[in-house]
Design a protein around this ligand. Sequence first.
Ligand SMILES: [Zn+2]
Length: 425
Amino acid sequence: MNILFKNVRVITMDDEMPYLENAYVVVSDKKISYVGTTMPEGEFSRIIDASGKVMMPGFVNTHTHIPMTLFRGLSDDCELSDWLFNHIFPAEDKLTGEKVLAGTKLALAEMIASGTTSFSDSYFFTDEIAEATVQSGICANLSRSIVGNGEDFENMPSVSEMKRLLEYVKENGDGRVIADISIHAEYTTESLCRIKTAEYAKKNNLILQIHTSETEAEHKNCIEKYGKTPVELFASEGLLEGTHPLLAHCCYITENDMEILKSYDGHIAHCPMSNLKLASGVAPVPEMMRRGVNVTLGTDGVASNNNTDMFEEMKLFAVLHKGIEKKATVTDAYVALKIATANGNLAQGRKNCGKIAEGYFANLILVDFERPHLVPCHNVISNIVYAAKGSDVVMTMVHGRVLYENNEFKTIDIEKAMYNVKGIK
Ligand SMILES: [Zn+2]
């Protein structure tokens, strides 16, 4: 199948030529086969006149727990320990596979409709999450969150589930849905468990996700217990070597931690909205970037966000650190767009993703610029970062397949997905 987009403004995310006006883009099967300003020759199964629209690579949300969509608005405006122990953990205790499946389908719809083409997740009930994710057509790095002491590791139910996930995506994921592995956090695991999980990651060449230094208490308690920061501890346990680590939050990491992460080619999932809403703090992202650590962007679970709109997350990132550092030049719109797209692909280990360029996977979105809040358009990238919203997305394509177009979902029964979630008690 050959799809031609014509009259389209393209944010290519190619540093040498980041923007094209009146361009043509051809998608052949899963990949982009042409990008340019002259009309390509050939037969096309579909021609899309994208006048008034902007094409860009889809968002990569690198830290999610997608079934937590079920807990949207369940508990707001309370301290993290109250939120977690009195609201979220009790609600999670009542989860079933059926409920998780319902929450997952709704989350997938929300993400696809607001321009996310790939995400990295860690949760439980991954049989259900994997099945719905594969069916939806989106890209994802899914993982089963591992907690516990690690004794009899091979027979832990969570480890059995993790192995099933790995087998399932190998058979059904088509390279689009793949498996990562996840240590929940330092404070919910013993050393043996972390070491065994990392060994499994290395053996199977999986990316290791870990919640790291999310709160000041977590960070300080780790230093008290081990005499090391969480990052120092993970490095000393051998967790970071050869596991392509993706560490979420990192609000309290030190400059030494950053150097350690850089030495292991580690990646950071920055989740500013969740960190602010739960009053956890703000990650020192400009310093991470100055030191060359790859920073990516995540929404975290909807229970602490309360949506998965990456436009919101990107704008928050773009303005937050200006305020913190009292310096308007500390980030800019192009950097914000890059951390929300291409940097995420890098952390997910996905090659040929994150640009509108020949040979790249057609993971792209169209944003309607004929909206009051997007006029005038002095600078397309500025409007995308500082003015656009998830609801401006009119098409989402993943691996060359249209998943969403003009309010219509091609792979998800949205009425049923919303009905099923509303019916959960
Ligand atoms: Zn999280």
